[in-house]
Design a protein. Structure first.
Length: 476
């Protein structure tokens, strides 16, 4: 796969109503996108499948919808105020700002080798080297001034060696004010993750729902991160949707539950979303990559056109969050385990994925260029396709549109369908192939005689004649 492949998907998204650039009539807002009619439907299909998988299929997992804005002390307790930072540097000439690890990832091997030698860092072939170097430069502070220049670090925008400022920490949380004015209001943050809303409510949920360890709390919601570098279409944006589940377990059984959720979540993408297994892999976090709260962490990665990218994290958060909230709030966060006859802070096994990234993965995996038939096909699974069938009268006369409209009305009660009578039948089919619609149903003059219709299957283009009262059964 290539970058060109991603450009084609971006073009298809705009052309077929999946994703639009935000504020396009005003020149656009960088790294901000709107989901069109088809995109909204696909996104909902994905999130519905995830919700069903997590809550309906697990009797010990319940849902929550917590607020985007919470008490500012929540972010002090969670460590986000002190630790949710990225090292950044500015080009003194162009005034352009870069995340240091991202800037280094765009440099030639020679530059990286020079920095590794200078900072006495062992070179590795994976992306963790860029993060390691960025943190080393941050630790050096003023002592590291000039090292980026000496190594020949190029500004990707200008193409010439930049004059770089000392790398400094940049907090990724968006600040706002709660109250009637900036002066009298309280400074708060838009949440950078949905997990804390679960932790601060865990006792209320556990008591009200009479839950026993192990149990989980699931949530789908918006999160906001003031990313220095937002790129690769909807892969990394400043506003995104997370689908998270926090699983509360006995600390003695944490490793067992990590293993269990790794397997369940990996299989979800293959079995439920139809993702090609060869495009998926696990990446275990090394010591330098682990978040401040994590004992162990794994990413499920997908091979996007731009390389391997994380779509979900499975993390052992230990009891970090509950003990931190207990310290700052003064509220006892322990759980009484009647079976063990003891109190403890449960360990938390987190499964956290980005809905926007999964959306992009589904499109990348489904995108297919059928050169033989000169068409583009989105091979979306039936369950995910925004429209399950397109209903087409062969011509716009002889009573065919009326008959087609009647069939459409009946089918649309059960499945989301679309009616199309514009252009030749071939063009109508190809339009819907590109939008991922699995079936084309054509009503012609024979329909008026014997009540049969032609059903065309998207991927194989195979056409079958069936009685109209058999359509629903066939789709099912």
């Amino acid at each position: 796969m290539s970058e060109k492949h991603l450009d084609k998907i971006i073009s298809l998204c705009k052309r077929r109503g999946f994703v639009f650039p935000n504020s396009e009539i005003y020149g656009g807002l960088k790294a901000s996108y709107d989901y069109g009619p088809m995109g909204v439907a696909l996104k909902k299909s994905i999130s519905d499948l995830w919700w069903k998988e997590m809550t309906q299929r697990h009797q010990n997992i319940v849902g929550i919808d917590s607020s985007i804005m919470v008490h500012p002390d929540v972010w002090k307790a969670s460590g986000h105020v002190d630790n949710f930072n990225d090292p950044m540097t500015d080009n003194k000439d162009s005034k352009k700002r870069y995340r240091v690890d991202d800037l280094l990832s765009q440099q030639k091997d020679k530059v990286i080798n020079t920095l590794c030698e200078t900072l006495n860092v062992k070179h590795s072939n994976d992306d963790t080297i860029f993060e390691s170097l960025a943190h080393m430069l941050l630790e050096k502070g003023k002592d590291g001034d000039g090292l980026l220049e000496k190594a020949g670090v190029i500004d990707p925008h200008s193409g010439s060696i930049g004059k770089w400022t000392t790398p400094t920490q940049f907090n990724l949380m968006f600040k706002t004010d709660a109250g009637p004015s900036e002066k009298s209001g309280k400074e708060i943050y838009l949440r950078p993750e949905t997990a804390q809303g679960i932790f601060i409510n865990y006792l209320l949920i556990q008591n009200s729902m009479r839950l026993k360890v192990p149990f989980g709390i699931a949530q789908i919601g918006k999160a906001f991160r003031n990313e220095i570098v937002a790129r690769n279409f909807i892969f990394r944006t400043r506003e995104f949707e997370q689908m998270e589940m926090q699983y509360f377990v006995n600390p003695k059984e944490d490793a067992k539950h990590v293993k269990e959720w790794k397997e369940k979540r990996f299989n979800f993408y293959i079995d439920r979303l139809g993702i090609d297994k060869s495009n998926l892999q696990f990446h275990q976090h090394g010591e330098s990559e682990l978040a401040h709260y994590a004992k162990d962490a794994y990413d499920i990665q997908y091979q996007f056109p731009f390389g391997w990218g994380e779509i979900e994290g499975i993390h052992n958060r230990t009891d970090f969050d509950l003990t931190q909230h207990e310290k700052l709030s003064g509220k006892n966060m322990t759980y009484f385990d009647a079976t063990e006859n003891e109190k403890y802070h449960p360990y938390i096994i987190e499964t956290s994925c980005g809905l926007n990234r999964i959306f992009l993965m589904v499109l990348c995996d489904a995108y297919f260029e059928d050169t033989e038939n000169e068409r583009v096909v989105l091979k979306l699974p039936f369950e995910l396709a925004p429209n399950k069938a397109v209903i087409c009268p062969l011509v716009k006369k002889d009573g065919l549109p009326e008959r087609a409209a009647k069939i459409f009305e009946e089918l649309n009660k059960k499945y989301s369908c679309i009616y199309d009578e514009q252009g030749s039948i071939g063009k109508r089919y190809y339009r819907q192939d590109e939008a991922g619609t699995p079936f084309g149903i054509t009503i012609d003059h024979q329909t008026l005689e014997d009540n049969t219709v032609t059903i065309r299957e998207r991927d194989s283009m195979k056409q079958t004649r069936v009685n109209e009262d058999q359509i629903l059964k066939l789709l099912k």
